[in-house]
Design a protein around this ligand. Structure first.
Ligand SMILES: Cc1cc2nc3c(=O)[nH]c(=O)nc-3n(C[C@H](O)[C@H](O)[C@H](O)COP(=O)(O)OP(=O)(O)OC[C@H]3O[C@@H](n4cnc5c(N)ncnc54)[C@H](O)[C@@H]3O)c2cc1C
Length: 380
């Protein structure tokens, strides 16, 4: 039976980033096993948004570091385009303005230079906007966007060149463990592989099923979220703009299409597309950008936010095991976090500890220990 040093289950942005940092740190014999194709899961379905303007200290610190990571990737990985165009949170009532004044203080104290701006400055930043009921906005200039198609494919190309084997259409169906160590993984229709070093579970929604077989119940739910994209339109809006009150947002991607997202509640664990989402997304954002109404609808899709009880990810050793690492439950933010998550998983695997104390707060066993963090800025 063949032995692999580090096996990564899942070819989404988390698995790719982990392989990237392991390789960078000199680890040999890293292989990714992907059930479908790279980017098939939430990574290929996301809105491309990257920001540090969160409400939890842990998220702000991690994202500040992750944005530095996106900047480095932008320089070192060909074809990955990170555009630091910022985020703009539109605030339409006094309570929201007050809340965001406080948030700005938190961000600034942690080195993220968000700024509360008035209507005139909003108009200067986004001249195409109809201000309507906007009272003020929180501007996050460090935020940005990166196409998930470009990023996943660019990482895929980079890793293959660096010697990482990426096995697509290769689902892992079983994990054999003896006492506290994973010893083998079973590939559908292709026998088993011995694990020489570590096993990384970065299988997004499907991590639950894999870990259940090991007796670990992953505390996540699959919360379906829709997005739509229009055909290319003339340049309309540079930053990603969020209407905080409704949780709707607009993001013009580099190819010119408008991505629209909105709060639209559907049953858990069900990826059926609902037309009602389109009505909601268009209704809110067209109030500020009436140009949307004339754009041609190109595509609507749906994917999972994997929500944990405190809207923070689960990063670290699977409880009870000493060589099975987990990174999932990003609650809608795993794409943007990937540079720091991959780096920290590599640190854990190589050195047994993370570089940031904040990452160590995200261990999968935290709920059992009664530790809950809190994040309120989850939207879409
Ligand atoms: C509509 C929407 C909008 C979003 N917008 C944003 C955003 O703007 N910014 C942001 O940061 N995040 C966003 N997210 C969240 C983000 O997409 C996810 O948090 C992130 O992509 C998770 O990446 P991942 O690699 O952990 O999981 P995934 O991308 O889901 O990858 C898991 C992979 O594992 C594979 N797999 C599963 N089971 C097996 C198996 N048994 N064997 C082998 N492979 C397996 C799957 O095929 C899949 O490719 C959004 C999500 C959605 C749905």
């Amino acid at each position: 039976m063949r032995t692999v040093n580090i096996a990564i289950v899942g070819g989404g942005i988390t698995g790719l980033s982990t392989a990237y940092f392991l390789t960078k740190k000199g680890i040999k014999d890293v292989e990714i096993f992907e059930a479908k194709y790279v980017g098939y899961g939430s990574s290929g379905r996301c809105a491309a948004g990257i920001r540090a303007s969160f409400t939890s200290r842990v998220h702000v610190v991690l994202m500040k570091e992750a944005i530095e990571g996106w900047k480095k990737w932008n320089k070192s990985i060909e074809g990955l385009e990170f555009n630091q165009a910022g985020y703009l949170w539109l605030l339409t009532n006094d309570e929201l303005v007050e809340q965001h004044k406080e948030l700005m203080k938190l961000h600034n104290s942690l080195g993220v230079p968000t700024k509360l701006i008035g209507r005139e400055e909003v108009k200067e930043l986004v001249p195409s906007i109809q201000l309507n009921d906007v009272l003020a906005a929180l501007h996050d200039p460090t935020a940005g966007k990166a196409s998930p198609f470009h990023a996943t494919m660019a990482l895929r190309r980079y890793l293959i060149k660096a010697g990482v084997k990426i096995h697509e259409y290769t689902p892992i169906r079983s994990i054999k463990a003896s006492s506290s160590k994973a010893t083998e993984i079973g590939i559908e229709g292709a026998g088993s592989l011995k694990i020489g070093g570590s096993l990384v579970i970065a299988a997004g929604y499907w991590s639950k099923e894999l870990l259940y077989k090991l007796g670990y119940e992953l505390p996540v739910v699959g919360d379906p979220h829709h997005l739509l994209i229009t055909e290319k339109v003339a340049p309309l809006v540079k930053p990603l703009v969020i209407h905080k009150e409704s949780g709707s947002y607009i993001n013009q991607v580099l190819t010119g299409g408008l991505i629209l997202g909105a709060e639209y509640s559907v049953p858990e664990n069900d990826l059926t597309l609902r037309a009602g989402f389109i009505v909601k997304a268009v209704k809110h954002m067209s109030k500020y950008f009436p140009q949307i109404l004339n754009a041609n609808l190109l595509r609507v899709w749906i994917g999972y936010y994997l929500k944990t009880p405190d809207n923070h990810p689960l990063i670290g050793l699977v409880p009870g095991y000493e060589n099975i690492y987990l990174a999932t439950g990003f609650s809608g933010h795993g794409y943007m976090m990937s540079p720091i998550v991959g780096e920290e998983l590599a640190n854990l695997i190589i050195n047994g500890r993370t570089k940031l104390p904040e990452t160590a707060e995200l261990t999968p066993d935290r709920f059992k220990k009664g530790k809950f963090l809190e994040e309120k800025a989850v939207f879409g």
